[in-house]
Design a protein around this ligand. Structure first.
Ligand code: PMP
Length: 398
């Protein structure tokens, strides 16, 4: 049966991790990951999460099946966070939200639903994008192309190219957009540029799919969600996938959601019924633990305040690391303009280093980033920063 099965290519980032683990260099640093580490290089367990779990353990409950669309209080909390509890769309029950297996699960449910709805639609993702966007939508049966995004020369976004591609897209084209903290580049559109995107999406009748995997890691919870408000204000129907992997440091619990904004509550009910079929025929219903933790934290004022403070702590530490990296690179003799590093948002930085330089960082210095030049700023800390900057300066000098 399996004689003809071919070996699938390795996931490039997981492959990098394996290479890192096998490296015997005691000074090695892993900047290839997409994970937030604290100042001590440890994956944090947030206090708000530990506190919620302690409360849950104090009154243990049996675990029956959840509804197909997940915990109602969780879905409601997601809506409050993503759209604002007093947003008209939420108040009017025009948003269909389902609990999902991480942000990936939200994207997958959305992709499968869209395939049933518009089987011939094209999908556009940013160039470059999180690698899984292409794979997810391709596996759902779509033809996936890209819109220009990263402008290497300008160290920024090719906004004109992006808008021109959206302008030329056929009505009904699905456009996957990073709501904030673009992965992998770190470059986000300004509010004015988003307004232009919203305008084209509306004028051309495109379908916006906002991927919000890092809400709170850029400028703040509301600030990072501002683009959602722009889409709401334009009166569009659109998709938003949510991930709590990073913002709650709950990577392994697979906590996320998919929300679909509709024009009427009646339409939202029909959409919800279809999302439930997608879920039912994939994994039946979601797991309890992570969503219970997130729902409790978001809806308990003291825990919520604690979470917001802890999230701000992660956000600020990343910003400090960006500033410190620039300072150390300058101290190590790098003379080029490095302001792009602090302009970027979220966990990642497109460092501007090429594949050969990234390979040298690995082989000579034990510093692991992605060949595209992407490094995870959230994996930098006071202990590894100087060595990373010195190594980067050495490969930049050539
Ligand atoms: N979208 C983007 C842009 C991401 O970077 C990630 C995670 N790295 C995800 C979605 C998926 O998140 P999750 O781990 O919650 O599935």
């Amino acid at each position: 049966l399996f004689a003809a099965v071919e070996m699938a290519p390795r996931d490039p980032i997981l492959g990098l991790n394996e290479q890192f683990n096998a490296d015997t260099n005691p000074a090695k640093v892993n900047l290839g990951v997409g994970v937030y580490y604290d100042e001590n290089g440890k994956l944090p367990l947030l206090r708000c999460v530990a506190e919620a779990e302690a409360q849950m353990q104090a009154a243990p409950k049996a675990r029956g099946y959840l509804p197909i669309d997940g915990i109602a209080a969780y879905d409601q909390a997601v809506q409050g966070l993503v759209f604002g509890a007093d947003s008209a769309a939420v108040r009017e029950a025009r948003v269909a939200t389902v609990q999902a297996l991480g942000g990936t699960g939200g994207l997958k449910i959305g992709a499968d639903f869209l395939k049933r709805l518009s089987p011939d639609a094209q999908v556009l993702i940013s160039d470059p994008s999180w690698e899984n966007h292409r794979a997810l939508f391709t596996n759902a049966g779509f033809k996936v192309s890209t819109y220009p995004y990263y402008d290497a020369e300008q160290r920024g976004i090719h906004v004109a190219g992006m808008l021109a591609t959206l302008q030329a897209a056929a009505p009904g084209t699905i456009v996957v957009l990073h709501a904030c903290c673009h992965n992998p580049t770190g470059y986000d559109l300004s509010a004015e540029q988003w307004a232009q995107v919203v305008e084209v999406v509306k004028a051309r009748g495109l379908v916006a799919f906002l991927d919000m995997a890092y809400q709170g890691f850029g400028e703040g919870i509301a600030e990072d969600g501002a683009v959602v408000q722009q889409f709401l204000a334009a009166g569009l129907d659109f998709f938003v996938s949510t991930s709590f992997s990073k913002s709650f440091s709950l990577y392994g619990e697979r906590v996320g959601a998919l929300s679909v904004v509709c024009v009427s509550p009646e339409e939202a009910k029909r959409v919800l019924s279809q999302l439930k079929i997608v879920i039912r025929t994939n994994y039946s219903n979601p797991p309890t633990h992570g969503a219970q933790v997130v729902a409790m934290v978001l809806s308990t004022p003291a825990l919520r305040a604690m979470w917001e403070e802890e999230l701000a702590g992660m956000r600020l530490r990343i910003r400090e690391m960006r500033q410190a990296l620039v300072a150390e690179l300058k101290a190590a003799g790098v003379s080029q303009d490095l302001s792009f590093v602090t302009r970027q948002k979220g966990m990642f930085s497109y460092s501007g280093l090429n594949a050969a330089q990234m390979q040298r960082l690995r082989s000579e210095f034990g510093i692991y980033g992605v060949d595209s030049g992407r490094i995870c700023v959230a994996a930098l800390n006071g202990k590894n920063l100087k060595a990373v900057a010195a190594a980067m300066a050495a490969v930049i000098a050539g």
